[in-house]
Design a protein around this ligand. Structure first.
Ligand SMILES: N[C@@H](CCC(=O)N[C@@H](CS)C(=O)NCC(=O)O)C(=O)O
Length: 254
């Protein structure tokens, strides 16, 4: 594999970012990670992404700057494929599972912040400022109530939004458990693929695997406690923790 001069823009606690971090680690593609600070990510993300979207992850390579986890995987496939993570013979099946778990990413975030906002505000400020400059941290601390308000509006953190999130996450957890009940260890074909990485990464904030430097923190677990409690002992979240143990290893967030 040629040396690649890649930079991955993330948030430390972003589950979509973890999906790409894990994929790059698995593919042993060298990259540098830049953890962004919420709010201050907006202008760089708009510029790098060029799609009027402000989301991370964004992968910047000498050839292109790619925003959105599914598009990044498509790009990696095109430039480094065929990938063992997206085996050509089960390509469509892998992508279908990836898509179904991509869809609940926002629900997971909605559910977590609904549990954390309020008593957990101090810890959320800490999470949001861990990679900030002094000036950025000052701004976050002093505008937190406004950021929280707009975040709640954007993510539809209200009774109906939370109930919808619970239902949609529950449906995917049930789907995953049915798959396991049928005797499969993996979610597409019978190999470890991006389908597994996607499901595990997007559920990791609820499963809290020991390998993840943010989700394993006791303070994270207590702040997001109500959300984590909901499916803590489910077979699906145990599968996530096992997959991290077997296929992830210790994560280095740079
Ligand atoms: N469809 C996107 C979703 C990514 C996403 O929602 N990222 C969140 C963090 S987990 C984000 O960047 N939120 C901040 C924003 O939207 O400005 C993907 O697959 O990459």
């Amino acid at each position: 594999m040629p040396e690649a001069d890649y930079t991955l823009y993330t948030f430390a606690m972003s589950h979509y970012s973890e999906k790409i971090r894990w994929s790059l680690d698995h593919l042993t593609l060298p990259y540098r990670e830049v953890c962004m600070t919420p709010l201050f990510h907006i202008v760089p993300a708009l510029k790098m992404g060029g799609r009027k979207q402000t989301t991370v992850p964004i992968l910047v390579t000498p050839e292109a700057s790619i925003q959105d986890s599914a598009r990044i995987l498509g790009w990696l496939e095109e430039h480094h494929g065929p990938l063992d993570l997206i085996p050509p013979d089960i390509h469509d099946e892998v992508q279908a599972v990836e898509a179904r778990f991509n869809k609940i990413g926002r629900d997971v975030a909605r559910f977590l912040y609904a549990a954390g906002f309020g008593e957990g505000d101090d810890y959320i400020i800490k999470l949001w400022t861990d990679h900030a400059s002094k000036a950025q941290a000052f701004v976050i601390r002093h505008t937190y109530p406004a950021i929280k308000w707009s975040f709640k509006r954007q993510l539809k953190i209200n009774e109906a939004g939370i109930a919808r999130a619970r239902k949609r996450i529950g449906d995917e957890i049930t789907w995953l458990e049915q798959r396991l009940d049928e005797g499969h260890a993996f979610l597409a074909g019978d190999r470890f693929t991006v389908a597994d990485i996607t499901a595990a990464s997007l559920l990791a904030p609820l499963a809290c695997p020991d390998e993840h430097p943010v989700y394993r923190e006791p303070q994270y677990k207590s702040t997001m406690g109500d959300a984590i409690e909901a499916w803590r002992d489910s077979t699906a979240l145990q599968w996530v923790r096992d997959l991290y143990k077997q296929h992830r290893g210790e994560i280095k967030i740079q």
